[in-house]
Design a protein around this ligand. Sequence first.
Ligand SMILES: Cc1ncc(COP(=O)(O)O)c(C=O)c1O
Length: 394
Amino acid sequence: MRFARRAERIEPFYVMEVAKAATQYAREFAHSGKPMIFLNIGEPDFTAPPLVQEAAAKAVRDGLTQYTHAMGLDKLRERISGWYAQRFGVDVPARRIVVTAGASAALQLACLALIEAGDEVLMPDPSYPCNRHFVSAAEGNAVLIPTTAAERYQLSAAKVQEHWGAKTRGVLLASPSNPTGTSIHPEELRRIHAFVQSKGGITLLDEIYLGLSYDETFGHTALGIDDQVISINSFSKYFNMTGWRLGWIVAPDPLVPVIERLAQNLFICPSTVSQHAALACFEPESIAEYERRRSEFRARRDFFIPALNGMGLSVPVMPDGAFYGWADCSKACEQWGVGSSWEFAFEVMKRAHVAVTPGRDFGTAETARFVRFSTANSMAQLQESAARLAAVLK
Ligand SMILES: Cc1ncc(COP(=O)(O)O)c(C=O)c1O
């Protein structure tokens, strides 16, 4: 069978091999007194809070299961708009919000709407692998630009300018980022956006972790800069609804009907039950619970990142959001006589029974030296992991 070249260009997720091995080892270690701890998982360990669960059940009971408008329920778009006003003090009119099947569908729609075959999109290295694959699926080319700790692993205006070429269509940035949990400084983003605008390009922001921000300096939406910024968000992370497949895109006015047309044809609508459930996310009781959980994520970060630093798994930049720590494992590799973060990931699974994600999927620049720890796990499990890691790295 012959497959389309665009499909062949999508690389496999190497991390799945690590995840498979982790599951296998987990079975082996289950009765060892030291069962596997999974710090390789990129989703909250919390599930949707009670009001959201009840709203979903009620929607099913009431038979609210037909297709909705392709753009999503008007009421939900209004609630999302209200959240921007309340939490971020930014006026984002509901008419510019399109509800989608997760940030993934939103990114796909944005790329299909804006990228021509052969267009280049600038992204930081390291970054979330699917984002470059959305660009590839639209037959564009992701250009990964190596970043430094001093840049918080984000692009700078100078680098965007340096790498901007005849085929460049725009930038795709995730802030806070997966795998680093670090955000782009608002002033740097302003400069990048001004430059991109001067070139007639697009500034695409993946703000899926924005709700999980822990630092006043960085916890602002890029939508506050200009209404030409395109922002992607989701119910997956802050709202703890990964499997419900619900997200949204905020688009400049002229782009909205284009996204709508694509969404009608490609998806018909996002999940109706999930949309009715998501309405309850914005009730004061749910927001209070989400804020409590945000504090919990912050407390985990405050414990675990210094613990990693203390055992030589240095995290060069304290994450200001999300639930990741991007740790340099080169000292540990040397100590154990292993060549890269890939081998380190397998070794640490065997020695400490702790699963982590090697850097390989996130880029090429320094990823052989780095691993991603996820702190989306209970404080007790993080404490146990820290003790086990310290013991094997002594
Ligand atoms: C940076 C980033 N963008 C997008 C996504 C996709 O999220 P969703 O579940 O909303 O499709 C993820 C998921 O891990 C992510 O980390």
